[in-house]
Design a protein around this ligand. Sequence first.
Ligand code: CMC
Length: 387
Amino acid sequence: TGVCTFDPGFSSTASCQSAITYIDGNAGVLLYRGVPIEQLADKGDFADSAYLLLHGELPTKIQKRKFEIEIKTHTLVHEQLIQFYKGFKHDAHPMAIMVGVVGALSAFYSSTSEVHDPAQQLRACMRLISKMPTLAALAYKTSRGMPIIYPRNDLSYAENLLYMMHAVPCEPYKAKALETILILHMDHEQNASTSTVRTAGSSQANPFACVASGIAALWGPAHGGANEAVLKMLAEIGTRDRIPQFIAKAKDRNDPFRLMGFGHRVYKTYDPRSKIMKQICEQVLENTGVTHDPLLEIAVELEKIAVHDEYFLKRNLYPNVDFYSGIVLRALDIPVSMYTVIFAVARTVGWVSQWKESMLEAGKITRPRQMYMGQMERPFVSLGRRG
Ligand code: CMC
């Protein structure tokens, strides 16, 4: 059946051609359609970044206005879908709810034209981007047993998400911080969840179902679940004097514990997003009036020790995007169980952009081979003659 290469975890296999996101892992560079992430975070906004990823160019004034209007056109979800939330156990993890409800959207938008017609493909992408904050806030409210809040279309994307979660309009600096977090997390080339979306899409599956598969892949602590895990780890460390003990645990190869928010498959230096995240973290805490945040102090000290430690240096392990994001999200009064959901909201822009791009390709189904390690052919043994 031909020669195949064994590449566990696909660390040296390019699964597709893409013109969306570029990463130079040795130099710590991240570009969306060629534009540096630092410039988008500093000068751009949600619409600039999302439009850029989806269409390939920054929008003109008119294109931006139309894009923002269209996003607002689709923020509501079908009332029947809201019923769906009531079926979840009262204390369900919001990510569990998200996997279900985003998958359920495929029952509401189930025509095959979403897969084959470029105009309908784009509409599906816009629907997903628009509805994610509403679905996320609904998941939060369900997990807390609180009444739901409908979207307000006079608010920006980030403001609306915070409003639907907290039921009151937020301070502008909070919306700005969340918007930057969303921009930083929007796309990251062929990571586990994006590859999952593309793989599901390669079978011509419904785009809403494809994105649900991406949410499932994102959930784990090695991927999007790391932001939640970082905050839990910092809380568990508790005091600065306990840091060395956790560093030693992370270095012990017989202990499965890893420093959460550290290391990356592609970056062999600082993740450029982690530097921006650290700045936002400092700004937000200053605005909140917090002069001493014990978790931030532990994080800063932990980073200082780890980046000078031989174990981490030798393996090129540096803080990644999730190392500081949890502290920012906590300052925005977002509960820990929602951190990965916020990541999913942001990454939806990347997932749909990559899915749309993959639909333009010749359409080869993703079908990796394996290295078979089992028995070769042998006869069936009847029950009476076994063991
Ligand atoms: N703490 C301690 N040791 C580590 C860590 C860590 N966080 N990350 C990697 N290592 C060690 C690992 O034990 C291995 O050591 P050795 O060579 O002695 O066996 C070596 O570094 C290489 O690790 P790997 O697992 O082969 O590397 P990978 O590229 O497969 O994994 C990673 C990348 C992100 C899954 C991993 O670094 C990790 O588990 N980090 C912690 C979880 C985390 O922060 N994830 C968020 C990633 S960024 C957001 C996102 O994209 O989702």
